[in-house]
Design a protein around this ligand. Structure first.
Ligand code: NAD
Length: 251
């Protein structure tokens, strides 16, 4: 069947690097048009636009700042002439913190980056998505939502579990408007995320425990993401958290 992605108008948050960058590239290769927000890295963003022949337009924003989720959605709707899908990919651990050391500032930072902005981006996108015939939302969950993550990642892992449940709640609430809602739940993907939060030794012991024998790549995440966004391949899939982890966690 046709992928059904040509001409699809997609906002990808954190869409120029890592997993978001992989999804953006794959979308552009199928003929979709992408508005990719990024936080740091103007040069990387410019290179991505050049590499994809203007299928990707980019904009810098801190989505945890007041008003920015709505501003980024308004920019995407304007740049693309509407919106068919939102990939809520921006997120991160912020830092490893022992549970007893977590204060309000840290709690706010992790929640704002992983939950609040994704809720606000999705809310702001609803009018445009309601006007689309092929609307869907994709959240970036994590294997840590189910395993609890590793020491010091409690707030991040719990925020990802929040997104898993939000996926199911919104799938029910938005189905009458024809909007599908799913989540992609990666295992250990080799991105800047792990350069910040893991040691080479820890990554190697994780790799050795993965049945497929290697860490994931952004491209590994892009295939399942495109399937979930595609109205022809994924048109009957909603409310699902799809695990992409090389067998690291099964069932
Ligand atoms: P990454 O650090 O390359 O990506 C994080 C993205 O979030 C970046 O594009 C960054 O620009 C954006 N971002 C960070 N702070 C922001 C802010 N304040 N406002 C707007 N955007 C901001 O790492 P990644 O591994 O590609 O992570 C992408 C997503 O995948 C995240 O949600 C992460 O939690 C999730 N994830 C990653 C892994 C992994 O193993 N790498 C596993 C499970 C889930």
């Amino acid at each position: 069947p046709s992928l059904g992605l040509a001409g699809l108008r997609v906002l990808v948050t954190g869409g120029t690097t890592g997993i978001g960058g992989g999804i953006t590239r794959a979308l552009a290769a199928t003929g979709a048009r992408v508005a990719a927000q990024y936080h740091d890295g103007a040069e990387t963003a410019r290179a991505l636009t050049a590499e994809t022949g203007d299928a990707v337009t980019t904009r810098a924003a801190d989505l945890t700042a007041a008003g920015q989720p709505a501003a980024v959605v308004a920019w995407a709707v304007d740049a693309l002439g509407g919106l068919d899908a939102v990939v809520n990919n921006a997120g991160g651990m912020v830092g490893r913190m022992p549970f007893e050391a977590i204060d309000d500032t840290f709690l706010d930072r992790v929640f704002d980056l992983n939950v609040r902005q994704a809720v606000k981006v999705t809310q702001a996108a609803l009018p445009a998505l309601t006007d689309s015939a092929h609307a869907s939302v994709l959240f970036l969950g994590s294997i840590s939502a189910r395993t609890g993550g590793s020491p010091g990642s409690s707030m991040y892992s719990a925020c990802k579990a929040f997104l898993s449940t939000l996926t199911r709640s919104l799938a029910r609430e938005l189905s009458p408007r024809g909007i599908r809602v799913n989540a992609l739940s990666p295992g250990t993907v080799d991105t800047a995320f792990h350069q910040r939060h893991s040691t080479p030794q820890k990554l190697e012991s994780t790799r050795a425990s993965i049945p497929l024998g290697r860490l994931g790549t952004p491209a590994d995440c892009a295939g399942p993401a495109l399937t979930l966004l595609s109205p022809t391949l994924g048109g009957y899939v909603t409310g699902q958290v799809v695990e992409v982890n090389g067998g690291q966690l099964m069932a």
